[in-house]
Design a protein around this ligand. Structure first.
Ligand SMILES: *[C@@H]1O[C@H](CO)[C@@H](O)[C@H](O)[C@H]1NC(C)=O
Ligand SMILES: *[C@@H]1O[C@H](CO)[C@@H](O)[C@H](O)[C@H]1NC(C)=O
Ligand SMILES: *[C@@H]1O[C@H](CO)[C@@H](O)[C@H](O)[C@H]1NC(C)=O
Ligand SMILES: *[C@@H]1O[C@H](CO)[C@@H](O)[C@H](O)[C@H]1NC(C)=O
Ligand SMILES: *[C@@H]1O[C@H](CO)[C@@H](O)[C@H](O)[C@H]1NC(C)=O
Ligand SMILES: *[C@@H]1O[C@H](CO)[C@@H](O)[C@H](O)[C@H]1NC(C)=O
Ligand SMILES: *[C@@H]1O[C@H](CO)[C@@H](O)[C@H](O)[C@H]1NC(C)=O
Ligand SMILES: *[C@@H]1O[C@H](CO)[C@@H](O)[C@H](O)[C@H]1NC(C)=O
Length: 462
C-alpha cells in the first residue's frame, strides 16, 4: 500500500523542482526603486493605476475633479514581501523604508479636507472600499476586523465621528478609517528639538519618510516641507505586535485618496522605496510646485467686506421674513409674552427695533427698504458666484465655521438668493423656508437663481 500512496501523492518531477526552487528562493525578490518623476511611467509596467489615478505630466494625480465621488490608487506593480516565511513563522515580518513627496491643493482653502494615504494592501482593490472621507480604501465598518490592509494617513480634514484629532494630522490606520494612533502634522527640528507644525493642505510640496521595522512591529513616520532635511526624531512612532494582524505574505504598496463635492488635488511627485536596507535619495531640486491660478477665486478686501455684509443681509432678510409672519400670527393672540422655554434655549424672536439696529449698524443704512435698490448689486455679485458654481465663496469664514457642512453654507446662500429673487412671486414663503431648512428637498424653490435666469425673470416681470 505504501507504494500506492506514494504513487498517487508524490508530485511529478517537474513540480518537485518547482517546489524545491520555491523553498530555497526568497518568496519574492528584493524591491528597490526611485521615481524622481513619473513622466515616463506606464501603467502595469512601472505603476498600477486604479480607478481615477493618472499620470499627469511628471506626477501622479490620484483624483478626477469632475467626479464628485472620485477615488484613485496607485501601486508599485510588484508585491512587497512582508512575511517571508508565512507557514513556519507567520509573525516574523520583514522591514522596508520609503520616502515620497506629495502635494495637497484644495480649490477652496476652507472647504472640508480629505488628504491621502500611503497603503500596504493585499489587493489593489480592497473589498468594500468607499469614497469620500474613507480614502477610497476603507469600508464604513465601525468595528475593526483583521484583514491585510494597513495605511498611514495624511489627513487634511477633521471627521469627529471617527475621532480625528484635528484637520491636519498623520495617523496609523489598521484596516479602519478610525486611526489607531495619530498626531498633528509637523516635525521635530533636528537642531533645537522643538516641534514645528506646518500645513499639509496649501499645495506646498511635503516630504514624508516611513520606516517599517518588521521584527520590532514598529512604524516610524516623519513629515516636513520639502527643503527641510530629514528630521532625526520621527513625528510619529507606533510600536505594537497587533500590526501582524493587518499584513499578509506579499502586499501591494502605494497611495490612495478620495473626495466628495469639494475639489482637493492630491498629487504624488516622487517616490522611493527599498527593502534592502538603503533607501535611494529623492532629488527634490526640480520638482514642480502647484498653486491655484489667479482667477476670480482670489477675492479683494472689498469683496470680502461685501461677503460679510451680504451674509448678514441674507440672514437678516430670512429672519425679518420670519419675524413678519410670526408677528402676524401673534397679532391674533395679542400677546407678546416671553415664554419660559425661549429663555432657556435661544432668543427665537427679535423686536423690530433690535433687528433694525443691527442691520443698520452693519450695512450703514436701512437695508430692508433699500434691498431692492443699492444692495441688489451685492445680490448680483453672489448670484454671479452661484452662476459660476462657486456660491460658497461668498460666505464669510465665520459663517462657514458655524455651519456643520459646506452643504449647509451653500443651502443658506441659495436660500438667501431665493429670498432676493427679482420676481417676488418666486420668493419662497416662510413655510417653504422652514421645511427646506428642516431638510425636505424643495429643489424647485432653489431654481432660477443663476444670473441668466434672474435676468429673464426681471425682463418678464418688467
Ligand atoms: C491600469 O491597469 C489596471 C490593471 O490592469 C487597470 O485596471 C486600469 O484600468 C489601468 N488604468 C489606466 C489608467 O489605464
Ligand atoms: C474625469 O472624469 C470625466 C467624466 O467623469 C471624464 O470625462 C474625464 O476624461 C476624466 N478625466 C481624466 C483625466 O481622466
Ligand atoms: C492575499 O491575496 C492572495 C491573492 O492575491 C490570496 O490568495 C490570499 O488569500 C490573500 N491573503 C489574505 C490574508 O487575504
Ligand atoms: C455603510 O454603507 C452602506 C452602503 O453604502 C450603508 O447601507 C450602511 O448603512 C453604512 N453603514 C454605516 C455604519 O454607516
Ligand atoms: C527651532 O527651530 C525652528 C526652525 O529651525 C524655529 O522655527 C523655532 O523657533 C526654533 N525653536 C526654538 C525654541 O528655538
Ligand atoms: C523609530 O523611532 C524610534 C524613536 O522614536 C527609534 O528608537 C527607532 O530606532 C526608529 N526605528 C527606525 C527603524 O528608524
Ligand atoms: C538633482 O537634479 C538637478 C537637476 O535636475 C541636478 O543638477 C543635480 O545635480 C541633482 N542632484 C543630485 C544630488 O543628483
Ligand atoms: C497671483 O497673485 C499674486 C498675489 O495676488 C501675485 O503675487 C502673483 O504674481 C500672481 N500670479 C500670476 C501668475 O498672476
Amino acid at each position: 500500500m505504501w507504494w500506492q500512496w506514494r504513487r498517487r501523492h508524490w508530485p511529478s518531477p517537474p513540480l518537485l523542482v518547482l517546489i524545491f526552487a520555491a523553498t530555497l528562493l526568497p518568496s519574492s525578490s528584493a524591491i528597490d526603486f526611485l521615481y524622481n518623476s513619473f513622466s515616463s511611467a506606464t501603467n502595469r509596467t512601472d505603476v498600477i493605476l486604479i480607478e481615477d489615478s493618472r499620470v499627469d505630466s511628471t506626477v501622479i494625480s490620484l483624483i478626477n475633479d469632475s467626479d464628485p465621488l472620485s477615488f484613485g490608487r496607485v501601486f508599485y506593480p510588484q508585491k512587497l514581501s512582508i512575511i517571508p516565511d508565512p507557514t513556519r513563522n507567520p509573525t516574523r515580518l520583514s522591514s522596508f523604508s520609503t520616502s515620497f513627496v506629495f502635494s495637497i491643493l484644495p480649490d477652496i482653502s476652507t472647504s472640508p479636507g480629505f488628504g491621502l494615504c500611503f497603503v500596504l494592501s493585499n489587493y489593489t482593490s480592497p473589498p468594500g472600499a468607499i469614497s469620500s472621507q474613507y480614502f477610497g480604501l476603507f469600508t464604513n465598518a465601525t468595528v475593526r476586523f483583521n484583514a491585510p490592509l494597513l495605511a498611514v494617513e495624511f489627513d487634511t480634514g477633521r471627521n469627529s465621528e471617527v475621532n480625528d484629532i484635528d484637520d491636519n494630522h498623520i495617523g496609523i490606520d489598521l484596516n479602519n478609517i478610525e486611526s489607531t494612533t495619530s498626531v498633528t502634522a509637523g516635525y521635530y527640528d533636528s537642531v533645537n528639538g522643538s516641534f514645528v507644525r506646518f500645513n499639509m493642505r496649501n499645495g506646498n510640496n511635503v516630504r514624508a519618510w516611513i520606516d517599517f521595522d518588521g521584527p520590532n512591529f514598529q512604524i516610524n513616520v516623519s513629515v516636513a516641507p520639502v527643503g527641510v532635511l530629514r528630521p532625526r526624531r520621527p513625528t510619529l512612532t507606533f510600536r505594537d505586535p497587533v500590526i501582524a494582524n493587518y499584513v499578509s505574505a506579499d502586499m501591494y504598496v502605494g497611495f490612495s485618496a478620495s473626495k466628495t463635492n469639494w475639489n482637493e488635488a492630491r498629487r504624488i511627485l516622487a517616490w522611493s522605496l527599498s527593502d534592502t536596507g538603503t533607501l535611494r535619495e529623492i532629488n527634490t531640486t526640480n520638482l514642480p510646485v502647484f498653486f491655484l491660478e489667479n482667477s476670480s477665486s482670489s477675492l479683494s478686501t472689498g469683496a470680502i467686506t461685501g461677503i460679510v455684509i451680504g451674509c448678514v443681509l441674507f440672514l437678516g432678510l430670512i429672519g425679518f421674513g420670519g419675524y413678519l409672519i410670526w408677528r402676524k400670527l401673534m397679532k391674533e393672540e395679542e400677546e407678546e409674552e416671553i415664554e419660559e422655554w425661549e429663555l432657556e434655549f435661544w432668543p427665537h424672536r427679535f423686536s423690530y427695533e433690535e433687528l433694525a439696529a443691527v442691520t443698520e449698524v452693519v450695512c450703514g443704512r436701512r437695508p430692508i427698504e433699500s434691498a431692492e435698490e443699492e444692495d441688489m448689486v451685492l445680490v448680483d455679485w453672489v448670484r454671479d458666484l452661484y452662476g459660476g458654481g462657486r456660491v460658497v465663496d461668498a460666505a464669510d469664514e465665520r459663517v462657514r465655521s458655524e455651519c456643520e457642512t459646506m452643504e449647509e453654507v451653500e443651502l443658506l446662500l441659495k436660500l438667501g438668493l431665493a429670498c432676493c429673487h427679482p420676481d417676488p412671486a418666486k420668493r419662497p414663503n416662510m413655510r417653504e423656508i422652514v421645511s427646506l431648512l428642516l431638510g425636505s428637498p424643495q429643489e424647485d424653490l432653489l431654481t432660477g437663481l443663476t444670473p441668466a435666469a434672474a435676468a429673464d425673470s426681471t425682463a418678464a416681470h418688467a
